[in-house]
Design a protein around this ligand. Structure first.
Ligand SMILES: Cc1cc2nc3c(=O)[nH]c(=O)nc-3n(C[C@H](O)[C@H](O)[C@H](O)COP(=O)(O)OP(=O)(O)OC[C@H]3O[C@@H](n4cnc5c(N)ncnc54)[C@H](O)[C@@H]3O)c2cc1C
Length: 373
């Protein structure tokens, strides 16, 4: 690979010189930040550096749920976090989802307003019906959204599940197709005169009064403002506030099923959806938190085997399920579920810790970051 100091006059002029903004990371947040910056600064030079030959974190690996909170997950959050922090995070997700829908046309990302079901296993405790009523009141009062959640007993037989006793329906969640979303955001960046250097990893940076010097795997490069959007790979900057969280996913070979929509269970630890004749199924991090606290893209066979077992016994019972592909991706979590949006100094800003809802929240985080420069 050529180092920066081996580049031509033309290449230096295009990529290396006079960058006002350099964004690190070409995931949903990096691309969204670039688009928001372009809207605020039509003439400034914007460069995204990405260490992978394609975005290599969570944004091209995820399940494609456009979600903002299932009842059991919100119930869990309210036990662990102050209520204000829970509702502020939901507000950011809703705001992000609206911004995303304003930027990317439904057909460009295969937006499907299918709703979502939060499934309660037979051995699990159901939520107090008063909790669902309370959620509906809060959503109406805080966000002006009426009757978002309901109890849906029919879903279990409608979709042919076994092993569940009831479900809670969220009428406002939906799905997108992951590859289409990242492609649409990338194309919007290119059309907005935003440049990319792939296979370029930020190794360190030094800030002075008016600029930041980046040391990358290919050499040095300067910018006026640096924006760090490296999510699960940001522990060096915030050692006590976030950690990587690997997530396992598998997809079946085509099969006959009646599943249409997006489904969560076990407080969001498991999730599945249909993709045509296939079912995508992910989760199970709670089976092995320790092993899954890593930035290594590897399969956890214990979790993958559990996913297959659940597919066969609970989701598509009575059929032999064959797996077409398995993969893992790296998310970012912390003690708090709120994203971490913070300036490290007056020229360096970070938007990280997206948790499991970066599709909805990513655009809002990018917008917030663009206002910090
Ligand atoms: C399996 C899985 C399923 C998920 N399902 C859903 C879902 O259904 N709905 C939902 O909303 N969310 C889901 N998520 C979470 C969602 O994908 C993330 O919250 C979101 O993609 C985070 O986007 P990001 O841009 O912050 O991070 P990333 O997509 O991880 O992007 C960060 C980028 O930074 C790059 N990078 C890292 N370090 C450096 C460096 N030093 N120099 C240069 N580049 C660097 C990485 O290569 C990466 O491309 C899922 C995640 C996973 C893993």
């Amino acid at each position: 690979m050529l180092a920066f100091n081996q580049l031509s006059y033309w290449e230096r002029a295009l990529y290396l010189q006079d960058n006002t903004f350099i964004i690190v990371g070409a995931g949903i947040v990096g691309l969204s930040t670039a688009i928001s910056l372009r809207q605020r600064f039509p003439k400034e030079k914007i460069l995204i550096i990405e260490r992978g030959y394609l975005p290599t974190g969570a944004s091209t690996k995820n399940a494609g749920f456009a979600c903002f909170g299932s009842p059991t997950e919100l119930h869990d959050d309210l036990q662990k976090m102050p209520a204000q922090a829970v509702w502020e995070t939901v507000a950011l997700r809703l705001e992000g989802l609206e911004l995303l829908k304003a930027r990317v046309k439904p057909e460009q990302m295969a937006w499907r307003p299918c709703g979502s079901w939060d499934l309660i296993a037979k051995q699990q405790a159901t939520l107090d019906p008063g909790f669902i009523d309370g959620l509906n009141r809060t959503f109406k009062q805080n966000f002006g959204l009426e009757n978002v959640f309901s109890i849906d007993q029919e879903a279990l037989s409608q979709f042919g599940f076994a092993g569940y006793q009831t479900s809670y329906y969220n009428r406002l969640e939906g799905s997108i197709e992951t590859h289409l979303l990242i492609d649409a955001l990338y194309k919007q960046c290119v059309a907005s005169d935003i440049h990319f250097l792939f296979a370029t990893s930020l190794e360190a940076f030094e800030s002075s009064e008016h600029e930041v010097l980046l040391h990358t795997s290919n050499g040095e490069i300067k910018t006026a403002q640096l924006l760090i959007c490296t999510n699960g790979f940001s522990q060096a900057y915030f050692p006590n506030e976030l950690k990587p969280a690997r997530a396992q996913v598998c997809i079946t070979k085509p099969l006959k099923h009646r599943i249409r929509g997006t489904f969560h269970s076990d407080s969001g630890y498991y999730y599945f959806r249909d993709i045509g004749e296939r079912i995508l199924f992910g989760g199970g991090r709670n089976l092995d938190f320790e092993a899954e606290t890593t930035t290594e893209f590897e399969l956890n066979h214990f979790i993958q085997d559990t996913l297959l077992e659940k597919l066969q016994n609970e989701i598509i019972p009575g059929q032999k399920v064959e797996i077409e592909a398995q993969w893992s991706g790296i998310m970012c979590v912390g003690d708090q579920k709120k994203p971490l949006i913070r300036s490290l100094n007056k020229n360096v800003h970070a938007g990280v810790r997206m948790g499991g809802m970066g599709i909805a929240i990513g655009s809002a985080v990018g917008e917030a970051l663009s206002k910090m420069v």
